[in-house]
Design a protein around this ligand. Structure first.
Ligand code: RIB
Ligand code: CA
Length: 322
């Protein structure tokens, strides 16, 4: 499967969950996947941080030939002000890798997405592991975009479990609900890998331990990136319990059989006072037909073969760092 990863990679420190970087590594180490490019979106951290993090990470992995394109800096939703202060805070907290700028002439992420998909009709699957700002804009700018996409495998939302940033919303959807709504309405085949399954995954303490005990350049860097974040989470929540959200979405691209999906109509709450960014998931066909009168627009992952996923993660991400 030829994929483009749309991502908001933090580097840990206190700035944000370093998990997108693991997901990128998992994709690069998966023979089932060919990573065409990586597009950066606002989300965990500002786009310039995400860009620098992705470039640095690819260098560490010896995979600098994979193109990285910087994308949109702010959400399209009216949550702009809220998200701006979030990004400013995250930007201040995260200082681990040198800042980098795209070279003059590098395409913008949205242009890259449109061009790559249009030139390869039916070939490209987007694995989205950040907010959907870039993807929504690509769709609004070029109507052929959605028609020519093979599909979207999306880490985002939750069907029957609570949110993780508010009681109702998952972070990637909450960070730009209008963009998410546009993507769900775009008519592209979507696999939603949401909190229902992602919360069954874990960055095992034993994995971090293994990385600390076997210092390579890569493992040292990862431990340095992850440790402050683990401590921060543990202090805030009583337990760090880091989930491998984005890695699961990538794993589903490589091995769809890892999850069991159910068809649904997913609506994104874009106007609620308290429920903004909620993915209201109509699994019941009768409700879809009679109440909302809407067709299925997503396959929603509801069960995961968690042990198999953990083994895959260990063999393709943790072990190669040692
Ligand atoms: O809700 C999980 C998502 O937000 C993941 O993409 C992870 O990177 C976090 O920031
Ligand atoms: Ca992410």
């Amino acid at each position: 499967m030829r994929i483009v990863i749309d991502t908001d990679p933090a580097m840990g420190s206190l700035g944000g969950d370093p998990e997108d970087c693991f997901a990128i590594m998992l994709a690069l180490n998966s023979p089932e996947l060919q990573v065409e490019g990586i597009t950066i979106v606002q989300g965990n951290v500002p786009v310039d941080h995400g860009y620098a993090n992705a470039v640095h990470w690819l260098e560490l992995l010896g995979r600098s030939e994979v193109p990285v394109m910087a994308g949109l800096e702010l959400p399209m939703s009216p949550v702009r002000r809220r998200q701006r202060s979030w990004l400013e805070l995250r930007g201040k907290l995260e200082r681990l890798v040198p800042r980098r700028q795209p070279a003059a002439g590098d395409p913008h992420a949205v242009d890259y997405l449109i061009q790559t998909v249009l030139e390869n009709p039916g070939e490209i699957t987007l694995v989205t592991i950040g907010p959907l700002t870039n993807v929504a804009l690509a769709h609004l700018r070029e109507r052929e975009f959605a028609r020519r996409l093979a599909g979207v495998i999306m880490m985002g939302g939750s069907a029957v479990v609570p949110g993780n940033i508010t009681p109702m919303a998952e972070f990637n959807i909450w960070s730009d609900p209008d963009a998410a709504s546009i993507v769900f309405e775009a008519g592209v085949p979507i696999t939603m890998v949401g909190l229902d399954v992602c919360h069954e995954t874990h960055l095992e303490e034993s994995s971090v331990q293994m990385l600390s005990e076997n210092p390579t350049e890569l493992s040292r860097f990862v431990v340095q990136a992850v440790t402050p974040w683990i401590k921060f989470r543990a202090a805030a929540n009583g337990s760090a319990d880091l989930h491998l959200y984005d890695s699961l979405a990538v794993a589903v691209a490589a091995k769809p059989e890892l999850v069991t999906t159910q068809e649904a109509f997913v609506a994104v709450e874009t106007e609620g006072r308290h429920c903004e960014g909620a993915t209201v998931t109509y699994l019941d066909p009768t409700l879809r037909k009679i109440l909302v009168k809407r067709d299925v627009n997503a396959q929603v992952a509801l069960e995961v073969r968690a042990q198999e996923f953990q083994e895959l993660f260990e063999s393709r991400v943790i072990k190669p760092m040692l």
